[in-house]
Every structure is written in C-alpha cells, then in structure tokens.
Design a protein around this ligand. Structure first.
Ligand code: NAD
Length: 356
C-alpha cells in the first residue's frame, strides 16, 4: 500500500518523539512492502512563529489531502501570553473540527513490565488492564448553550446537554467497529436512570447491538463505571460514552496504567482518516534533551496502521517490538525503575527498531 501521512511535529518534545515514530513506521513499511510519504505540517507554537496563527488554512489543507495525520504535541511557555485565539491549543481545536473528528479513542493498557507504576493493588493489576475508551468529542454539554443570568436576586447558570440520534449512532459505530478489531465486547456508559440524553443514547446503542450481533454488549451507569474501572478494569474491552463522562473516565483510565509517556490516542470521524497523537503534552521541561519517552507516539503510529489503514499485522509487530524492549529492561527517565537501564529518546527508538 502507498499512504500519505501529514506529520505535525509541533513544539517542545514533539519533534524528538515524532522522529522516532517515523523511523519505526519506515521500518514497518520496509518489512511489509508499503510506502509511506510524509508531508510536514506546521501547527501550534511553531505555526504562530512562522505564520502568526496556530493553524493556517494551507496547513489544514495538507492534513485533509492526506490519508492520516500524526501529531507529536503542541504548546509551551513561549506562547502562554498570546491572546486566546492565537494560542497553540487553538490549532488543535481547529484541526479537530476541520477534520470533522467526533470520536476520541484512548487505550488504557498496562504493560506487565510497568505494573509497579499502577496505583492499583497488585492483585487487580495481575488480572490485566487492556481496554479502550471511545469518547464522543463534539457534542453533549460541552457544546450546548452556556449562560449565566440574574434570577430572583442571585446568579443562575445553565449548561445545556443535548444529543441527537445520528450523533449517538456514529460514535456507537466507531465503538462496535473498534471492538470487532479487539476482544469483541462493548460497554456503553450512561446515566439513563436520570438523563433523557442517556435514555436516547441507550436506545440507539441497543439498536446497534442488534446489528452488530457478533459483539457482546452491556450498559453500565457512569457512577458504577467509575468504581468498576478502579475495582476490576479487566472486565472492559471497549467503553463507549458521551463527551463529559468520557472526559472524566478516560483520565481515570490513563491514571491506572501508570506512565503518561506510554499512552497513544486516536481521533476519528467519517472515513478512515484519523488524527493520532500521544495523550501527553509538549513537556517543555525536558524538550531538546533527548530524555522524552517516544513510545506513546510510536504506539499512536501503530494505532494509525491498525485503525486507519487496516494493517493489523504491522501494528502488532510494532507493539511486539515495544514489548521486547520493555522486557529487556530499557526505560526512559519517566518510567525508570530499579534494575532497569536508563536510555534516551533516540536510543529507545533504536532499540524498538532493532526488534522490529
Ligand atoms: P505535559 O504532558 O507536557 O507534561 C507533564 C509532565 O509529564 C512533565 O513533567 C513532562 O516532562 C512529563 N512528560 C510528558 N510527556 C512525556 C514523555 N513523552 N516522556 C517523558 N516525560 C513526559 O503537560 P503540561 O506540562 O501540563 O503541558 C506542557 C505544554 O503542553 C502546555 O503548553 C500544554 O498546553 C501543552 N499540551 C499539549 C497537548 C497536545 O499537544 N495534545 C496536550 C496537553 C498539554
């Protein structure tokens, strides 16, 4: 296959971690007979420096003309004093909306070699943690009407939460399709005992569950889900939920796996094009020092191969190489433990390439 990938190196550690991910993608391409062409895109602080805005239209166009997008991270203290619409993070929001991305997908996977980094008890961790949170990204209360008014001599604030059937159905499809590529189990999380939006959510999910009959389906209330993620995360494969619940639960899910530098993510919309990025920021405190953990970005690239390009075997090979390197005891500073060997960003990339 031949694919064009828009590459946003971004700010801080972005260029260092993306460099390692591209080396790994090139090695996977060579091994499996693909060609990946990369198109550099400026977004975030670097775009503000070059063009005076965080995502110029021409840069977004390059993303839209590509088969997928890989992003390092954006932002940093240099741009903190810029006005709101000129902040690096605005570039990210513009990119998501410009690409029509309505789903954010975050795997919560605990690599057994890093089990000590999890705040959960060893007996819980021993059962394994490997699920993905599929979060609706552009609807619900975050995007409803917000207003504050004077009422009866005091202030009153209102935030409107709404979902229509098509918004629920399209995120549901992403969850069921994702489950089809994993352990074939979907848990839909809502608050159907209280909220109308959740009752509609549940109705649509049940309709999809009938259609995707090969996928095991269940509902769970969000308060229970928050407890179950801490008590027995091994029960989950794919969690699908609305925007605000997903915001909270995906952070809980990241926390139980330990290292922030290891976690990839994808954002998807219609079609196969997606935005793939590690969940961490640009880590300005360690930028340019060859200290960053590139694995979150490398695993984001693996997700791109699996979910956007249907290259399951290639993605599995990258994950297997990461697993071997962790087995060998190689660690970047963020996940260093006793008895392990400390390596920098590029040496971590070298080691993963060796096993690929
Ligand atoms: P951060 O994730 O950049 O850093 C938090 C801590 O984790 C730091 O100590 C950092 O050194 C460490 N860390 C993060 N990624 C690491 C990696 N790959 N390897 C080793 N250590 C790593 O969060 P922050 O400090 O709150 O934000 C810094 C900048 O990043 C801000 O400008 C923020 O707006 C931006 N940010 C960008 C994104 C994005 O691009 N998607 C996301 C979050 C924050």
């Amino acid at each position: 296959m031949e694919k064009q990938i828009a590459v946003i190196r971004g700010d801080g550690i972005g260029p260092e971690i993306v460099e390692q991910a591209l080396r790994v993608m090139d090695a996977a391409a060579k091994k499996y007979g693909h060609t990946f062409r990369y198109v550099d895109v400026d977004m975030g602080g670097i775009a503000i420096d070059h063009f005076g805005e965080p995502l110029p239209a021409a840069e977004l166009e390059k993303c839209l003309a590509s088969d997928s997008v890989l992003l390092g991270a954006v932002g940093g203290p240099k741009w903190d004093s810029m006005p709101g619409d000129k902040r690096p993070e605005k570039g990210l929001l513009a990119l998501r909306s410009g690409m029509g991305l309505y789903s954010n997908n975050r795997p919560a996977k605990l690599w057994p070699q890093l089990a000590d980094a999890s705040p959960l008890k060893p007996e819980i961790v021993a059962k394994g943690i490997d699920f993905i949170v599929v979060r609706e990204l552009i609807g619900g209360v975050y995007f409803g009407e917000h207003r504050t008014e004077e009422a009866d001599g005091e202030q009153k604030a209102t935030d409107v939460m709404s979902y229509s059937e098509h918004e629920i159905e399209r995120i549901g499809r992403i969850a069921f399709e994702t489950a089809g590529k994993r352990r074939k189990k979907v848990t839909s999380i809502d608050k159907a005992n209280v909220l109308d939006t959740s009752r509609l959510w549940r109705k649509v999910m049940h309709r999809l569950a009938e259609e995707y009959s090969g996928i095991e389906y269940s509902d769970m209330l969000v308060d229970n889900a928050a407890m179950q993620i801490a008590k027995d995360p091994s029960q989950f494969d794919v969690i699908v939920t609305e925007n605000m619940f997903g915001d909270i639960l995906s952070d809980e899910a990241s926390m139980i796996t330990g290292s922030i530098g290891m976690i990839p993510s994808s954002s998807l919309g219609e079609g196969s094009r997606g935005l793939y990025e590690p969940i961490h920021g640009s880590a300005p405190d360690i930028a340019g020092q060859d200290k960053a953990n590139p694995i979150g970005t490398i695993l984001s690239a693996a997700m791109m191969l699996k979910y956007s390009f249907d290259m399951d075997e290639e993605a599995a090979a990258i994950e297997a190489a990461v697993n071997r390197v962790l087995d060998e005891g190689l660690r970047t500073a963020d996940m260093m433990a006793e008895g392990c060997r400390l390596v920098g960003c590029s040496e971590m990339g070298d080691a993963i390439l060796k096993y690929l």
